[in-house]
Design a protein around this ligand. Structure first.
Ligand code: GYE
Length: 306
């Protein structure tokens, strides 16, 4: 309607609009790009952003949110490190009349009034796409392919949903047998440790699904040290599509990469501005994704900014 098409100048608006944002940490290239996107988008609109980094610690995020409430910011946004344990602090934000936006990841609360909007990628389909690619690769194999999974941090939305999507598709197309998984905490070092463990119990692997590029790159170095030919045997599929991931794909070390875009800073600021102006906001804003093989990674690399 007409109200949606312009700003309602009748309402008093705090200028500049004040946003408190609590980030997960600095664990990956994806995360650094996400932080850059958010800071840049806030800067472009002269939004007064208080940016906090939780270093992977939920207690720190809760403290950030509490201080945002105390400072009476206009909007609180955060990317939850884990899914559980948010009800109490988000109830305090709601009672203070401060709208909360979830970015990137979700919470497991059944109380839908605790946040107004969530912005990010759809992780289940990322897992679906990874399994679909591997299933097609092994379509003509005589027996199901042996696959291991390297997971992100426990109790986080992308870990849970990428696994869920991968398992669901693998169960349907029947060419993949997931024989084990280990957490790699989203880092290269974590991916190396997970790969070492998995290789000990499953030395004859056909494929690895690493839930982000860094962990996939960690797996590559362990597999190379073990005299294997990562990218070929085993095939390696990752998620994110950072520059480092696409470079490894072009070099033939990774086999396939599913994109998860970190660049939703502008979408977040659109929602923040609408909330400040008293407008309605969508419940969910979802990022687009692409998939990459070697050839399409070559095409995309020159323009990749992260
Ligand atoms: O895939 C990983 C990061 O939550 C989508 O977290 C994000 C994930 C991303 O550390 O690299």
């Amino acid at each position: 309607g007409q109200e949606d098409e312009g700003f309602d100048l009748g309402k008093d608006v705090n200028v500049p609009q004040r946003l408190g944002f609590s980030q997960v940490g600095s664990e990956s290239g994806w995360r650094l790009a996400n932080t850059r996107s958010i800071k840049k988008a806030a800067g472009l609109r002269e939004i007064d952003l208080t940016f906090e980094n939780a270093d992977g610690d939920q207690k720190k995020q809760i403290a950030h949110i509490e201080s945002f409430i105390e400072d009476r910011v206009d909007v609180i946004a955060f990317s939850p490190v884990v899914e559980s344990g948010w009800d109490a602090v988000l109830r305090r934000a709601r009672d203070a009349g401060i709208p909360v936006v979830l970015t990137d990841r979700l919470i497991d609360s059944t109380d839908t009034s605790l946040y107004v909007c969530s912005i990010g990628a759809e992780f289940i389909s990322e897992g679906n796409l990874a399994a679909l690619y591997l299933g097609n690769t092994f379509a003509k194999a005589k027996k199901p392919a042996t696959v291991v999974e390297i997971l992100g941090t426990k109790d986080s939305t992308p870990t849970r949903q990428r696994s869920e999507g991968f398992a669901a598709t693998a169960a349907k197309e029947k060419r993949l047998r997931v024989v084990g998984s280990e957490p790699g905490d989203w880092t290269k070092a974590g991916g190396e440790a997970a790969m070492r463990k998995l290789l000990r119990s499953h030395p004859d692997l056909d494929a690895v699904f690493a839930q982000n590029d860094e962990m996939g790159l960690g797996a590559v170095s362990v597999l190379e040290d073990a005299g294997m030919d990562p990218g070929q045997k085993p095939r390696i599929v990752t998620v994110d599509a950072t520059k480092a991931g696409l470079q490894a794909l072009v070099a033939g070390k990774l086999t396939y990469v599913v994109e998860c875009s970190p660049e939703f800073g502008d979408d977040l600021m659109d929602v923040v501005v609408d909330l400040c102006l008293g407008g309605t906001v969508p419940r969910r804003v979802e990022s687009e994704k692409a998939v990459f093989d070697k050839a399409s990674a070559e095409d995309a690399l020159p323009d990749r900014t992260y």
